[in-house]
Design a binder for this molecule. Structure first.
Ligand code: FES
Length: 147
């Protein structure tokens, strides 16, 4: 039985929310893939962002790891949906750990979720910056071509 685990961990473990994958080549998708060296668990978290508003419209994850890591990523995916990316990055692993009442030895599992959120946002922002750069150099070319 689940002695020592909070019922929320068991709930999210049994019914993880937002399990799945988005196409990582979609320009509006950010992908965060992180691993915990100590235990070898891996978490992939993806966000879909509305470019106009900067709002996370959808999120999904796949976690190969312990129950606490699965529960943490499930909670994270719920919390980031509908939030602006600047708010998403301020979600702390300690908030997730508190919500799930994780014991100290399981804190790194919620850390994985925080890292995955940050990595997903970064991936999205890098892609966006690259697009902007490309469209800039494309328009520079136009100017050069007409000169
Ligand atoms: Fe490593 Fe949970 S035991 S992520």
């Amino acid at each position: 039985h689940s002695r020592g685990y909070h019922e929320r961990v068991v709930d999210h473990y049994n019914n993880p929310r937002n399990v799945g994958s988005f196409n990582k080549n979609d320009p509006n998708v950010g992908t965060g893939l992180v691993g915990a060296p100590a235990c070898g668990d891996v978490m992939k978290l993806q966000i879909k962002v509305d470019e106009e508003t900067g709002q996370v419209t959808d999120a999904c994850f796949k976690t190969f790891g312990c129950g606490s890591a699965i529960a943490s990523s499930s909670v994270a995916s719920e919390w980031i949906k509908g939030k602006k990316i600047e708010h998403v990055i301020s979600i702390k692993n300690s908030d997730i750990a508190k919500h799930l009442s994780l014991p100290p030895v399981k804190l790194h599992c919620s850390m994985l979720a925080e890292d995955a959120i940050k990595a997903a946002v970064k991936d999205y922002e890098v892609k966006k910056a690259k697009r902007e750069q490309n469209s800039e150099s494309a328009s520079n070319k136009d100017v050069a071509g007409t000169a």
